[in-house]
Ligand binder design. Structure first.
Ligand code: ARG
Length: 570
């Protein structure tokens, strides 16, 4: 049990003595530690007692006798606030953090549960733009957070390597490029993205073109030799590009699924599907009629025999549970696919496939210049954004550290850029649209990844300096020396960390963790500007060092869950 939980249990039992039963989860973190360290909102309780919430809070505050880690109980309006003996808490907490190190904050909620998290799922023959990055960042940090909560997690990718978009690009390549041009192209993945945008543009201008592209899809699915060859060659270009990107971002998948495989599996299932009354033939196409459930109609097969997206998701969902024995299957997918996923889940349910499948929706990313769309060509590719940012950061890093070897400059700059991109994608809740601006994301004074890295490096430098100045002194630790409000706030931050991890897992929204880390970093920086460490009196210094050690550990634990590299120097 963590200190956090132990203290909460104490509070639960203090209330029990007053014949009030609450759950640990009912306790909240007040907006500032000055108000209290934990709070119980009394609204529910008041309803049960048929009293006014403020009255209930006031009565309880008067009756409860503080004991254990709780030294004071007050009410503030309808909230019952508990103040902790934070010297005591600090002592227990620092010991715990030093003992658990990188495991501090983890829990065992998910013990014994295997889950699959599907994320990223890019389409081949299309551009990988900053919008796709949001998905990767949410998915990969959720993988880490679920692992920290004791789950066994299988990260899975589902590559969109067939379908209308692929056909359009292939159509364009066949009609508007030639073999020798293709051979010369350097960044082939990126080239395909442009080809797709061109294809869409031409298709929208000319009805014949549209038909030609649809014809290509049909021939491709039927296994036309020449097309399949072109498809395989170009598909590989995209896959290689994706691997480069994943490597840069430091994300991994245990399993890869492909739309092209599920297309075949889906077509094989068709006869079986047609036995269900809600699967119908309609004007030559095959549809799932879900109007009875207010979910409209989902077309599975076009009348020319080509497969739609939904036909592939049905066998995929089954495969995930069958082949990997997972208990839960999470889909990190654009919020605009909510209705679609509901349809897929309903179809599976009607087929008797009753499993836990959860959509983790997120809003889209736009640029100051408007919505990103590979259809309209308003795209900022991942590669473009990264390259421009990297050039800038390499320059700045070199100026700050003229003596650093080239490799150190480059590695540091890359870590900063990736942290900026990731944090920029994670700091807004999943349900908010992001207007992405790379300069904002890089700002070391803003709510950014580089700000956390900078804070970590500053913490580190204190320890480096201290090795030179304060060696050897053996002082008795007395946490009464951590007497200021800002130190108290920091202790309270550290105490809250395990709860934030749990909350992030429960809501599938890493922004809670970004906000937490930003606050921790800000509180530390306030401390740093106001209070001396190395120049403080010996006993004060010793206590502050313990506090800083704990902050450094928690900051690095949290950054790791978000996939941000910590830097010893910046
Ligand atoms: N590849 C699709 C796209 O880019 C997303 C796939 C989502 N996953 C799924 N199981 N349907 O739009």
């Amino acid at each position: 049990m963590t200190i956090n939980q132990k203290i909460k249990k104490q509070i639960v039992s203090l209330l029990k003595k007053q014949k009030v039963s609450i759950k640990i989860e009912d306790l909240e973190i007040p907006p500032s530690a000055a108000m209290g360290d934990l709070a119980l909102p009394c609204f529910e309780l008041a309803k049960k007692l048929k009293k006014n919430p403020s009255e209930v809070a006031k009565e309880l505050a008067e009756k409860i006798k503080p004991s254990g880690a709780v030294i004071n109980v007050k009410n503030s309006g309808p909230y019952l606030n508990f103040l902790l003996d934070y010297f005591k808490v600090a002592e227990l907490l620092f010991k715990e953090i030093q003992k658990q190190k990188s495991r501090y904050g983890q829990n065992k909620e998910g013990r014994g549960q295997k889950i699959m998290i599907e994320y990223s799922q890019p389409n081949t023959h299309k551009e990988f733009h900053v919008g796709h990055l949001r998905n990767v960042c949410i998915g990969s940090s959720l993988v880490n957070v679920y692992k920290a909560c004791g789950y066994k997690v299988i990260p899975a990718n589902y590559i969109g390597d067939t379908g209308a978009h692929v056909a359009k690009t292939l159509w364009y390549l066949q009609n508007f490029t030639n073999e020798s041009d293709l051979a010369k192209i350097e960044n082939k993945g990126e080239f395909l993205g442009n080809a797709y945008a061109q294809a869409v543009k031409k298709n929208s201008e000319n009805q014949n073109y549209k038909q030609q592209a649809q014809e290509i899809l049909k021939n491709l699915e039927e296994g036309d030799f020449q097309l399949v060859e072109l498809w395989q060659k170009t598909r590989k270009w995209s896959l290689e590009q994706f691997e480069r990107i994943y490597q840069e971002l430091g994300v991994n998948f245990d399993v890869y699924f492909y739309e092209s495989e599920e297309e075949k599996a889906g077509k094989k299932m068709l006869q079986k599907l047609l036995k269900y009354p809600f699967i119908k033939k309609s004007e030559g196409a095959i549809i799932a009629d879900l109007s009875k459930y207010d979910l409209g109609v989902l077309v599975l097969l076009r009348k020319d025999g080509t497969a739609l997206y939904g036909l592939k998701d049905i066998p995929l969902a089954v495969k995930k549970f069958k082949n990997h024995k997972v208990k839960k299957s999470l889909y990190v997918m654009d919020i605009r696919q909510s209705q679609y996923l509901k349809q897929v889940f309903k179809i599976l349910e009607l087929m008797g496939f009753k499993k836990i499948m959860i959509h983790v929706p997120y809003e889209f990313v736009q640029l100051k210049s408007g919505v990103i769309s590979s259809r309209t060509g308003n795209v900022v590719t991942y590669n473009e954004v990264k390259a421009a940012a990297l050039a800038k950061v390499i320059n700045e890093t070199r100026q700050r550290h003229p003596k650093w070897p080239e490799k150190k400059v480059n590695d540091t700059a890359m870590a900063i850029v990736i942290a900026a991109l990731k944090f920029g994608m994670l700091k807004s809740s999943n349900n908010k649209i992001i207007t992405f601006d790379i300069d904002e994301a890089l700002d070391v004074n803003g709510m950014t990844g580089p700000y956390l890295q900078y804070t970590y490096a500053r913490l580190n430098s204190i320890f480096v300096k201290s090795r030179k100045t304060c060696l050897g002194a053996k002082i008795n630790l007395d946490y009464k020396n951590l007497a200021t409000n800002i130190e108290k706030e920091l202790v309270s931050d550290l105490l809250n960390y395990p709860q934030v991890i749990l909350e992030t897992q429960k809501t599938n929204d890493p922004s809670a963790l970004t906000h937490y880390l930003y606050k921790l970093a800000q509180d530390f920086n306030t401390f740093y500007h106001k209070l001396p460490v190395i120049k403080a009196a010996a006993e004060v210094q010793a206590a502050r060092f313990e506090l800083l050690k704990a902050i450094k550990q928690v900051l690095s634990n949290g950054m790791e869950l978000l996939g941000l590299t910590v830097l010893e120097e910046m």
